[in-house]
Structures are given as structure tokens and as C-alpha cells.
Design a binder for this molecule. Sequence first.
Ligand code: NDP
Length: 574
Amino acid sequence: MDDAAQVDGHSQAYYDDIKAKFAEARDLRLKLRPEGSAQYTSDLAGPLAAYAIDPWADEAPPREPITDTVECLFIGGGFSALLTAARLRERGVESIRIVERGSDVGGTWYWNRYPGAACDVPAYDYLPLLDEMEYVPSRLYAKGPEIFAHCQAIARRYDLYGLAVFRTTVTSTTWDDAEKLWRIGTDRGDAMKARFVICANGTLSKPKLSKIRGMESFKGKAFHSSRWDYGYTGEDLSRLADKSVGIIGTGASAVQAIPRLAAAAKELYVFQRTPSGIDIRGDRPTDPDWAARLKPGWQQARRMKHIRGREADAAQRAELDVLGREEKIRRQENANIDHMMRIHQRIDEIVEDPATAEALKPWYMFMCKRPCFDDDYLPAYNRPSVHLVDTRGEGITQISEAGPVFDGRVYPLDLLIYATGFEVQKTGIYNQIRGRDGREINETYADGIRTLFGVHTSGYPNLFIMGGYQASFQFNLTFMLQTQGDHIAECIAMARARGAAEIDVAPQTEEWWVQEVIAHRGKTSRNADCTPGYYNFEGEFNRRQDGNYNGGFLQYYEHMQQIRGELAKHFVCA
Ligand code: NDP
């Protein structure tokens, strides 16, 4: 296609110019932070230990080590554990234990209680087990407290508190081949045993901090967004009325907290490295008439309709396929750019100061970073008390006793909030998992991750991994987790029904899945073209199999259904 050709009223040259700007923004960032993931630390010990303190619980009281044996043990007590445990209960499993770092169930929703915390996925899809719990969320986008309460309600309904162990971190999970069970060590000196172990420790659960020169010297108050100190801010943030507050980062957490901080703080300084794309939220309370008309099974039907709907998109995609690869990619990219330019336009319409509006514009393709949806974020910048400090890709690299330093200027603060995100899960975060031959699981993965569906790894019998790599990515994460949870419960039920002491994936089935993952990854250079962030491992090289399965969620779901229909063929039971 030549430059003069028109697409949606724009010439191809228009799109090529924008793509060139995207590439420039990415190259600048890669140059400014060549350390990749090493720019962050999640080792919150020594002078950084205060950032890891659980603000929702007092110091854990001493207790005797636990040395008993349970049938199913979950590492982590968030949605992965809750929805899988519910399925196990439905199958008659009685002995279920959750071991959790926090002092309650809830995972993400236990830790993340910053002001404005809410889920960006419609609650009717996101909150799991709505049919079973006979619960209809109060609004389209549920807020954190409602989601946390739903987690607690599931734990009560399925009787999961009885054997649960809180304020406890699993540090070792070792297969005992003689006894055919897992031995679980913890930071509380426990020596538990379990027949089945489910790693349900989340995908983004360990807070990370940007390593910034002088950060330990800051004399004001500081905390991470997932460890909010309401003792300092006041429950309603009213104690910030005479405070200068700064926030580092403008990802999904910051985007939700900033409007609330803007309304409460005397002054708010937002230290931005890369802007998020902010789309319309349009939240609203649940229509009671609609809720009253819902029939049993409505949530599963809704979720399935959603993924089958994507199948229709697949038919449209087939039309594109006949165009040839280059032309197809070009059209998809142009549509993506149109979307991002609408995001830019919205900023111009809302943000009054032209320089601030310009600085808030994201220069990358849609989905290079987590898209955000908020109706209060952009208007916050129209308040005279809110100051955007755009670091133009560099980020804050120095903090003095008084506050962050940028371009030679010190920003004195009373409170500094790190909204700098979370370490992307490696299997066995905090924990060392040793399988049949004593091999640590990350050693097994040294030449590339090997799993079936991201859930099973050969040589690690009776172990199930949730939310890890080689699973399908779903914006509605809980649907993916429910799919895995249903599958895991089915595998455990099969082992129980056969009286099998162990169940392990057959090596050839694992190899089939690894090849499936490889076949569906890296079709385009899209990931590498993106601005750095945790979605693309901060721009670092990764083996093709060390990521999500990109064949589509429907295909993932159907592969799983098919394997479940013939479990005995794909698993070794002994
Ligand atoms: P992110 O990893 O998305 O964001 C971290 C932010 O910190 C980025 O803006 C990053 O900039 C910035 N940053 C890091 N170091 C510096 C520095 N030295 N100076 C300035 N800025 C810096 O973390 P979040 O906690 O925001 O979100 C994590 C994930 O959690 C989300 O992607 C989402 O999956 C989930 N989440 C979901 C929510 C929902 O459903 N509503 C709400 C909140 C979180 P840069 O972009 O340049 O790297």
C-alpha cells in the first residue's frame, strides 16, 4: 500500500509516523533503564523491611509447629485456593488446608486496600462462584471491600477456615517418594504433610520497589500501595489535609488511588515515568430488576457467551487471514493506533493544561501495558493542588532526606507512596519446590518452562500450579483460575476414585503442550516492539515457551475439556 492510500480517513504515513513515535518512546526507556527487571527489588529485608509489614494484622503471636497430615493443601488463600477448594468440597473432600501469609483469606484483595481499589473487570464476570453463592454484586465494577467480603463468604460457606493457617509462609515443599506425599516447611517451623499440594500463590503477589539511590534516607513516611497505612492517612484520608504527598508510578494501582489522594491531600505530586492509557469506566449500581430476573447458572452462561463471542470475532479474523500476513498485521496495528489516538483525544478533552495533557499521553500500542478505566483520574489533574512531575521515561532515580529529586529539584514530602507494582510470579515464590528426584522446580525449568496447561509438571506428582506460565491469559483472571480449579478438582477426584497414591502428567503430554505453547508464541515482534513493563519482562529476552499460551482462551478451555475426557491416557497414576 502506498503512502497516499487512506485507512479510516488517515494515510498510511500518518500511522507510520505514530509507530515511529512509539518506537522512539520505547527505545528511550530501554536506554534509560538497561537493567531490565533488575531495576526492581522485592527483597524487602534489612532497611526495606518496613515495606513488607502486614498493616492488617498485629505481630503474629507464637504458636506450636504444626506436624499433621492433610489431604489437600493450598499455598496461598486468594481466589485460586477458594474456588478450587469449593470444587473439592463439592466432590466430598474433607481435609483441606489453606496456608497463607496474610491473616485472612483474600490474597490480592486482602493486601490491596489502597483508597479506590476496585476491579476493572465487570463484577458479574470477575467475582467467582456467584451461582453457587447465590450472590449478585452490588455494582458493575465491584470495589475492594465487596470483593474481599466475597472471599471471606466463600471461605465460610465451604468451611475453609477450620484448618486454615494464617500469618505463615511456606518455604519448602518436598516430595517424599517413600510416603507418597509432600512435606511442607514454613517460616513458623511447621512440618506439615499433604497428599496433594496446590500452589495458589498468585501472579503478582510480592510487592516490588524501584531501586532508587538514597531511598533509605527519606525522613518522611513511606509505604507501598499494597501495604496502605490508614493509621497515618486516616480511614477517610482526612489526615492528609495538611500533608504534601507524592506517589511514584502511574500503573493500575496508582490510577485508582490518585483521584482519592488528589481530593484529600494538601498537595499531591505524581512522579510519572510512563503514562497509562485511561479509558471510560462508566460504573453503575446493579439494576435490581435485572438481578431479580437472573436464572440459576447465569454466571457460567455469561462467561461462556463471552468467550464464544470471541469465536465470532475469529470468523471475522478468518476474513482478514485471506489478506496475507503483512496486510493483516498492518490493519490490526492501524486499528490499535486508532484506539490509542482516541485515548489521547479524551485526555485533550478533559485535562485543561495543555502541557499536562501532552505529558499524560501514552505512546505505545494498546495492551503493551495494562489498560486502565477511570472517570476520575484525568480530571484530578485539573486541581491546582495536583502536580504531574513527568520524568519523560527516566523515572525517579534519587531520593533525598526531604523527598524525590528530579531535574535538580527536590520535592519535599510528608508521605511518599510507592505504586511500583509486583514481582511477576515465578513458580514457588517464597518457596522451594523439590520433586521426585529432589530437583528444585526452577532448576527443572532452567532450559525452559515445561508444563501441561501451566498446571502440571512431570516429576512433581500430586502438585498443581495455578496462575503460572503456559496457561492462557484472560483479562478476567478468575475465569481462567476457575477453569484450572475445575480441572485440578477433577484430577484429584480421579486419583481418589482409583485409590492411586500419586498422579503425574505423562511426559509425552507435557511435551505436546510445550510445543503448543511454542507454536503460538512469537508470531510477531509485537512484544519486543512494546515499551518496557512487566507484560514484556521489561524488554528482556525470554525463551518462547516461558510465557503465556497465546492460542486463545477458548482453545485452552477446550483442550482442557478434551484432556479431562481422557485423563487416564495423559496421566500416570500409581
Ligand atoms: P505496575 O507494575 O503496573 O506499575 C508500576 C508503575 O511504577 C509503572 O507506572 C512504572 O513505570 C512505575 N515506576 C517504577 N519505577 C519507577 C520510578 N523509579 N520512577 C517513576 N515511576 C516508576 O503496578 P500496579 O501496582 O499499578 O499494577 C500491577 C497490576 O496489578 C496491574 O497491571 C493489574 O494487573 C493489577 N491491578 C489491577 C487492578 C484492577 O483490576 N483495577 C488495580 C490495580 C492493580 P513504567 O511504566 O515506566 O515501568
